[in-house]
Design a protein around this ligand. Structure first.
Ligand code: SAH
Length: 369
């Protein structure tokens, strides 16, 4: 067998996926090749900034270096990206991971913002009763590069003049149940020497309330959102059993009070409004007491329905009544606009249950690319 044939036959799995490497790993990789250290940053820059999918396009490497790299490495990206477009401009991206599972990301245009909502797991560790992802169970944690690749994949498909302004880790999964990969992904996304250089102030991590890990979010420098969703421990046990049994409401709120905010930063509390369940006047009053004195704002999220759920969305006037109780108590409170419901791209609508059709078969205006 000639050298050439043997090279071509190298199994894919034997090749290093360059996108998996963080800076340390990339530096070790180039050192093993006997290359100067700065090659590592050059390679990472090509991957993250130029989003190249072909090693041969790394033109500040010599031809011989590219040829060598091509025999031992590859660029493994998300594949078969499909876009579902909502009538309101929201876009849901479904892309395939190497093990064929699907990862979902949602791009949400709003006034001068273009927010990209990233997933951190396929499925979710938790079992919140109002969330479709929770019904799927956990398929697996995403790796750091799979979180970063959601950004690259969406950027590859932006329309002329568009720029992602904000990132939210609020898609499928519980970010603090996959803390290592999430921290690594944030470090890569915010890196300004070779990464995208996204400001940590424009990134928000949302947690169902893994209390002891909140401090790690502060260390990452990103904003923290906590999904409170209930005002008594019993109610939270019913709505968010897995997380609340381990970290009950009082413990979560204590961790929030201990959370060290940067100047001008504040905590966000999310509160899904479920008709007749947690949207009463008493709930609103209890909520104001729970948050008393905290530097925070509240995002109310009227429940987004999905097939088979016992919950319903409150009327607009019920939402406004709830909001006005909080306002009167001096809280900054916003109602999150519902976006992307027609493509199952709104909060709590990500994921599919066993037996659901593949997205391509949905009767939605999907476009593949
Ligand atoms: N696990 C993280 C991030 C994913 S959920 C967390 O719990 O924060 C993102 C947000 O969507 C959370 O605030 C959650 O409470 C909310 N959510 C979940 N299901 C929803 C639904 N069906 N309708 C409206 N909001 C929902």
């Amino acid at each position: 067998m000639s050298m050439r044939t043997r090279r071509r036959a190298a199994p894919r799995a034997a090749l290093t996926n360059l996108l998996e490497l963080d800076l340390d790993a990339a530096e070790r990789f180039v050192r093993d090749l006997g290359w100067p250290r700065y090659r590592a940053q050059q390679i990472l820059r090509w991957l993250h900034r130029r989003r190249v999918r072909d090693i041969q396009r790394m033109t500040d490497l010599s031809e011989a270096e590219r040829a060598r790299l091509g025999t031992i490495a590859r660029i493994g990206r998300l594949e078969d990206c499909q876009i579902l477009r909502s009538v309101d401009g929201t876009r849901k991206y479904l892309a395939r991971l190497e093990d064929k599972l699907l990862v979902e990301s949602v791009l949400i245009p709003d006034a001068d913002r273009l927010t990209l909502c990233l997933s951190t797991q396929v499925g979710c560790t938790l079992d919140c009763s109002f969330c479709l992802t929770g019904k799927m169970g956990l398929r697996r944690n995403l790796k750091a590069h799979e979180i970063v690749d959601q950004v690259l994949t969406v950027q590859d498909r932006l329309e002329a003049g568009e720029r992602v302004t904000n990132l939210v880790l609020m898609g499928m999964g519980e970010p603090l149940a996959n803390l290592e990969a999430v921290s690594d992904a944030i470090a890569r996304l915010t890196n300004s020497s070779w990464g995208l250089g996204i400001s940590a102030r424009r990134i928000t991590l949302s947690t169902a309330g893994v209390a002891p890990r909140l401090k790690h979010v502060a260390a990452l420098g990103v904003n923290l959102a906590v999904s409170l969703n209930a005002t008594t421990n019993e109610q939270r046990d019913r709505l968010m059993p897995a997380v609340n049994r381990v970290y009950p409401l009082v413990e979560l709120l204590a961790a929030c009070r201990d959370y060290v905010l940067l100047p001008r930063q504040r905590l966000t509390f999310e509160y899904v409004l479920l008709a007749g369940v947690n949207d009463t006047e008493q709930d609103a009053k209890r909520l104001t007491k729970l948050l008393n004195g905290m530097r925070c704002k509240v995002n109310l999220i009227p429940f987004n329905e999905f097939p088979g759920t016992p919950f319903t969305r409150p009327t607009d006037s019920a939402v406004l009544r709830f909001q006005s109780v909080l306002r009167r108590a001096g809280l900054d409170v916003f109602v999150r606009k519902t976006k992307g419901r027609d493509v199952l791209g709104a909060c709590g609508q990500l994921g599919r249950l066993a037996g659901d059709p593949e997205p391509a078969l949905l009767t939605l205006a999907g476009t593949s690319c």
